[in-house]
Each structure stands twice: as C-alpha cells, then as structure tokens.
Design a protein around this ligand. Structure first.
Ligand code: SF4
Ligand code: SF4
Length: 481
C-alpha cells in the first residue's frame, strides 16, 4: 500500500480508534480538560522556544498507525500514553490551552520511553524524538530532591571520571567480597526498595578492581586504513570495561589507528532525554573541543544511546553561532562500531564460537540510527555462531536510559514481554549494542533464573579474534596486536 493510502486509512482507523479509546478507556483528564476549554493558558515563551519548529508537531496527522508499536500504549491502553496522545498534548501546550506544569502532562511525558518505535512506524515522518525531548525541556524537576539528584548525578557525577571510578570500585568490592551474596540472602534490602532495585540492576562486573586507563593510542595492525577516535562512555566504562578493550582490539585488528582522548566526557544523552538540554549542550561542546582537533576519519561509539546523541549534536547546537558548524562536522563523523565494521572488508575471525545467540535491537540503534543489519552482519561473520532472530527484537527492553529507575513498574512489565521472547529462542546468549540494554537484560534473566549470557557484539567478535576478555586490561598485550 502506498504511503498516501496508508495515511488515509490510518486517519480513518485512528479516528475510530480515538473514539473507541475514549469510550472504552478513560481519556487523559488533562486532554479532556483542555478539550472542554477549561484552560486558556497563555502561550509561554518557554513553550514557544522549546518547539521552535511548529511543523514538527503539525506533521502528525493523528492517524494512529504508530499506536500498535508503542510499548506504553500496549501496557496501559491509554490514549494519553500513546505517541498520538502525547503529540496532541504537546500541541495543546504550544497553543497555550494547557500549562506544561500540569501534573498529568508531566506524567505522560515521563512515562514515554523515548524508544522512538513510533518514528519507525509513522508514515508521515514525525520526528518524535525531537518532540519528546523538547516537551521534557519544559518540565523542571518536580521536587527539591529531584532537582538535587539531577544536579548531582546527571550534572556532575556522570561527567567526573573520579566519581565514576569510585562507583566502579565500590560495586566490584561489593560483589567480590561476598557482601552482595550476604546482603541478598539476609533479605535486608527488602526494607529499602530503591537500594534493592539498584542491587538487582548491578551487572556481573569483570576486570580489575580499579578499571585501568585505556591506551591513548593503539596502532593499526598492518597498513592503516582509518584514524578513529573512540568514546569510552561514562558508567559503561566502569561496568563494561571489556567492551571498550574489545572495541579497540577489533578496530586495530581491522586496520584502524585508535585514539582515546583522555579529556573526553559524557555524551549528554541522559541529560538531554531528561529535559536538561543546557547540560547536554555543555557536554557536547566539550566533546567537540576534544575530538575534532584530532582530525579523526570517524568518531566511533560502542553504545547506541551515546552514538544517537552524538549524531544529533548538529541539531542540539544549531542555534549556537560558535559551535553550529563544528557540531555538524562532528556529527557527520560519528559511527556506531558495528556500522563501521560492517562497512569494512572485515578480517575473517578464525576462532569458532560454538554458541547460539539472539540479538536485541537497541532502540537508539534500530529506531534512532536506523542501523539494523550491520550488527547482524558482524555476528554472522563469526564462525560457529548460530544467530536466532528474536520476536519483537526492536521493542524496547524497558531500560531506556534511567527509565528502569524512574518508572520501575512499567519497566518491569515491558521487560517481562522481552524475557518471554528471549526464552522462546532457546539461545544461550543475547547480544545488544548498548550497555543500558545489557544491564536490563541481565537483570531480567537473573530474576527469572534464565541461564542466558549477555554480551555486546564486539565482545563476541574480539573473542573470535582470540582476545581474552576475562582479563580485559591484558587484551591489548603486544602479543595480540
Ligand atoms: S505520529 Fe505518525 S503514525 Fe502516529 S498518529 Fe501521528 S502521524 Fe500517525
Ligand atoms: S517513544 Fe516509544 S514509548 Fe514514547 S510514544 Fe513513541 S513508541 Fe511510545
């Protein structure tokens, strides 16, 4: 069916659906109040500034074709928690008919996963990711505690290598001294649910107690093909050091000179998704200042969420006269590691891995960057590996940045669907190209007693090249490269 007919059919279906939803389930009270003309709130300059391009909102024709692909709509069945309902609420804010300070507006905006599955489904090309981030930028922290937590974690800790090293060290000590086992069997964490949740999200950590410093320069094996600069990430660098070493090893094996600038910082994705655009812009400027002077052919990222953010620096800094052109140049160089590897003639890995694996499309790789085939291509290059497709592989796992912390019940419900699909594959390993997904998947598997391992695709490729990731800090020994 052509796009035009699809949209027309969608409008008809959507209209019917909207009525059905309205009668069968409670339509958002917020939208209801606005529709009955209660509000009459003047358009705030904040709303006008957050949505400078009104066409982004007008692009939605309310057809509803995205609804069956939205996890929060599937979970809650509420129009206000669907893409169409959320965009409609944004429209009302921009028109001054509701105040963004309304608690229900806030609720629906933050119950969105920002998974962007609706973008993939939408035949009208609605850029939902830009809309939801603009909407959230209108929402200040709901309480002093949230404001302090945002400032301490998103504004400071994620950008402080020292603070992140302390988190990594404390987490390893907690696991390796047996304290975690003792605490779990004593059941004391039941008294403090947030701590219990943090404990249950902690992945099995590899590597030395103190994560080593990545080499600033690793030469290509053989004739250099590309000069690449790698983002090491923030929490991921502490929790998944093996993936950073694997990325360097795999790139160098495939003819890349790899640079890891020590002064780089957090990419700003979590801040931007939480509505704190100013901090995200500050972090983007810093990374541009650090990476661009190195003149890399590519900026390589092994975290889908970070890569998606860095590809959007051009948009984020479009109104900054000093940085707009650099941000565009920087974004054009960003590649997910699997995207770059799949575009190369990949050196054939020699060591067979006798594993049955399945692959989860991280939202910000599949929907955000439209990269679906490259990671599968990389995995298929590994001898011995059997790749079994996962049903609904491009449905969010419920991780979504910090969603599994801020919306634990919904996150668990969404994770439950994923776990049922993973179990149905019979795979012994699930791979995903995003650390947040790996944390969430490992948590879900452990809680359900499913004996399925988790790994990033480059971890498996590095293993197939003969790198020992049980001692990641030693993986780049002279003997290997
Ligand atoms: S976002 Fe796209 S698919 Fe969803 S209602 Fe709007 S136009 Fe239709
Ligand atoms: S981003 Fe995901 S959760 Fe949010 S409206 Fe779109 S499909 Fe639904």
């Amino acid at each position: 069916m052509g796009t035009g007919r699809k949209v027309a059919l969608g409008i008809a279906v959507g209209a019917a659906l909207g009525v059905a939803v309205g009668t069968r389930r409670q339509l958002s009270a917020l939208v209801g109040r606005a529709l009955t003309g209660r509000s009459g709130v003047p358009v705030s300059s904040g709303a006008a500034a957050a949505f400078p391009d009104k066409e982004l909102i007008r692009a939605c024709v309310h057809c509803g074709l995205c609804l069956p692909y939205c996890p929060t709509y599937r979970a809650l069945g509420l129009e206000g928690d669907s893409p169409r309902g959320r965009i409609y609420q944004m429209k009302l804010v921009v028109e001054g008919k509701i105040d963004p300070g309304e608690p229900e507006f806030r609720l629906h905006m933050f119950r969105c996963l920002d998974c962007r599955a609706c973008e993939t489904a939408c035949p009208s090309g609605v850029q939902y990711g830009r809309l939801i981030e603009a909407a959230r930028s209108l929402l200040p922290p709901a309480s002093t505690a949230e404001s302090l937590a945002r400032r301490a974690i998103l504004g400071t800790a994620l950008d402080s290598p020292a603070a992140l090293a302390v988190v990594g060290l404390a987490s390893r000590v907690y696991q390796r001294t047996g304290l975690q086992r003792a605490v779990r069997s004593a059941g004391v964490l039941r008294l403090a649910p947030p701590l219990q949740r943090m404990d249950s999200m902690l992945p099995s950590l590899r590597g030395a107690l103190l994560t080593g410093t990545l080499p600033e320069y690793t030469p290509a094996q053989g004739q250099p093909r590309f000069r690449v600069a790698m983002l090491r990430g923030c929490v991921a660098a502490q929790f998944f050091p093996q993936t950073n070493y694997a990325t360097i090893a795999v790139l160098a094996t495939n003819g890349c000179d790899v640079l890891v600038p020590p002064d780089q910082g957090c990419c700003g994705a979590l801040q931007n998704h939480s509505g704190d655009r100013e901090t995200a812009r500050r972090l983007a400027r810093r990374n541009i200042d650090v990476f661009l002077p190195l003149h890399p052919d590519y900026v390589v990222v092994n975290s889908a969420g970070c890569g998606s953010m860095m590809k959007e620096y051009g948009d984020l800094l479009a109104d900054d006269p000093a940085y707009a052109a650099w941000a565009k140049e920087f974004s054009a160089k960003v590649r997910d590691v699997t995207e770059l590897l799949a575009a190369l003639p990949l050196r054939a890995p020699q060591r067979p891995l006798r594993r049955t694996i399945t692959y989860q499309d991280a939202c910000h790789l599949g929907h955000g960057q439209k990269i679906r085939e490259a990671p599968r291509q990389v995995l298929r290059a590994i001898p011995g590996l059997e790749l079994r497709e996962l049903k609904e592989s491009d449905w969010c796992c419920g991780s979504a940045g910090i969603y599994n912390v801020t919306q634990p019940e919904l996150s668990e419900q969404i994770l439950g669907w994923k776990m049922a699909n993973v179990a149905a594959t019979g795979a012994d390993t699930i791979t995903a190209a995003n650390p947040g997904c790996l944390i969430q998947l490992e948590h879900g598997l452990r809680e359900r007693g499913l004996h399925v391992k988790t790994a990033h695709p480059v971890d498996l490729l590095a293993e197939a090249y003969g790198f020992d990731l049980t001692r990641p800090e030693a993986a780049l020994d002279e003997s290997h490269l």
